[in-house]
Design a protein around this ligand. Structure first.
Ligand code: IMP
Length: 182
């Protein structure tokens, strides 16, 4: 049913599995002795973080934050708001922020600065997708699953007006879905 609104698949389920397995190996190599906090940014991180966790073969803790920068539309509003803070102290801890996509970079940059201010030992970012062409602030994620062109994508956690997060792959939405809304 959701398929009919998708113009094109950008990352298939098979490719997602390969990307995440490879990220898992690299992160296991870098973090196996650090007991990091894997910090998921809700809600988009859910499928990615869930699959990534299963590829991480070492001790870690998980935590979540809900930070919003888009307000239902397809362009960035520019303001970042903490809707739910994490419940774990980050002082002297290694934190790996887990994000679905980095576009302007504003959301992540604000979170990185907050965690550094709170005394985290290190703060790095793993993102499933990176849209460097949309970057407005200086932010380079350490781990990137796939670099994609500047387009609006949905699925595998990413939404359009809270829908399509449950699509099992990443795709481009047909333009009429967002231009012909009632
Ligand atoms: P940034 O602050 O501009 O980097 O925006 C990051 C957040 O915007 C992501 O966590 C997503 O929630 C949302 N976002 C950015 N690009 C897309 C997209 O193509 N589709 C859906 N959500 C997006």
């Amino acid at each position: 049913m959701l398929d009919k609104d998708i113009e094109k698949t950008l990352i298939s389920q098979e490719e997602l599995r390969d990307i995440i397995a490879s990220l898992g190996q690299t992160i296991t190599r870098d973090y196996h002795d650090k007991l990091p906090i894997l910090l998921g940014l809700l809600k988009g991180c859910v499928p990615f973080m869930s699959d990534l966790l299963k590829e991480l073969d070492f001790h870690l803790e998980i935590a979540f934050m809900n930070v919003s920068s888009y307000h239902g539309g397809i362009t960035s509003s520019g303001d970042v708001k903490i809707d739910m803070d994490l419940d774990t102290p980050v002082k002297d801890r290694h934190v790996l922020i887990t994000e679905d996509i980095v576009d302007s970079g504003r959301t992540i940059k604000a979170v990185v600065e907050l965690l550094e201010y709170r005394g985290a030992k290190s703060v790095e970012v793993v993102t499933l997708m990176d849209k460097p062409s949309g970057r407005i602030v200086d932010l380079k994620p350490k781990y990137v699953g796939k670099t994609i062109p500047k387009a609006f994508v949905v699925g595998y956690g990413l939404d359009f007006e809270e829908k399509y997060r449950n699509l099992p792959y990443v795709g481009l939405l047909k333009p009429d879905v967002y231009t012909n809304k009632e």
